[in-house]
Design a protein around this ligand. Structure first.
Ligand code: ATP
Length: 243
């Protein structure tokens, strides 16, 4: 039996980027990034401001076309955002991208409804996701009534709820999800990302936080778009090649 056949339900093949390059206005901002992240693994992408972390995550999410190189998940090409959504690739974007005129709960519910979840299931899932980020009592509040850190936790809750609605292989790409948080909440969010990985997701987090990076299974550092493995991800026993 092949490794793919032996996998648990919901566990897919690796998220693989090979030799990714992205430029803007003739300037290279991502230069030959490669990685292979398996279900159950949590990868930190680090580097100074402007190093290319968001650019890499957007390329992994199908939000940014690379000038060269490829992204695949479970062997399927990740080319555009629609296709990435179909493959189960969820994004927690930098800046949160919440609808300020909606409540915290509505911000979590809306993408679940769009994904075909029933309204009752979406309501229950949103409540659970908000509870998990410590906002169980804030679901009724408008986003504009919440602090920056609370808004960031709503965005994480939304991503986790989207992930939880998927039954197949899934990826969570979180772009600096702890940047606005105190130490307790930073640790809480990193643990939730770890829990998502334990539940079978492939998780990549861009971060400036050394403690968050240290809690991951590996760390890929970008310096002016040039990747360097500070800690390579462990090679799993099926021998999947890691860049
Ligand atoms: N749409 C764009 N047009 C032109 N340049 C861009 C665009 N998006 C990003 N860049 C440039 O690409 C480089 C990498 O940006 P990116 O957002 O990936 O960095 P980052 O490592 O995520 O930074 P930060 O930690 O500040 O979020 C920067 O120099 C940025 O100015």
């Amino acid at each position: 039996m092949s490794t793919e056949q032996a996998m648990e339900p919901g566990v897919g093949g690796p998220l693989v980027a090979e030799d990714l390059a992205v430029g803007f206005d003739g300037r290279t901002v991502l230069d030959g990034a490669g990685l292979a992240v398996r279900s159950g693994q949590l990868l930190a992408v680090t580097g100074p401001s402007g190093a290319g972390k968001t650019t890499l995550l957007w390329a992994l999410a199908g939000l940014r076309a690379a000038d060269s190189g490829t992204v695949t998940f479970g062997g399927e090409p990740v080319q555009e955002r629609d296709g990435a959504v179909r493959l189960g690739i969820v994004v927690v974007p930098q800046g949160n991208a919440l609808a300020t005129v909606l409540t915290a709960s509505e911000n979590v519910v809306v993408p679940l409804l769009a994904a075909g979840v029933t309204s009752e299931q979406a309501r229950v899932a949103a409540a659970a996701a908000l509870e998990s980020v410590g906002l169980g009592h804030s679901g009724h509040q408008l986003i504009e009534e919440l602090s920056g850190g609370q808004q960031q936790r709503v965005a994480v809750a939304r991503g986790l709820a989207q992930l939880g609605a998927l039954s197949g292989p899934r990826v969570l790409l979180a772009d600096e999800p702890t940047s606005e948080l105190d130490a307790v909440n930073r640790a809480r969010i990193v643990q939730l990302l770890r829990d998502a990985a334990i539940a079978g997701a492939t998780v990549v987090m861009a971060t400036h936080d050394p403690e968050a990076a240290a809690a991951c299974d590996g760390e890929l550092h970008l310096d002016a778009g040039v990747p360097h493995w500070v800690r390579p991800l462990p090679v799993l026993d099926d021998g999947a090649a890691l860049a």
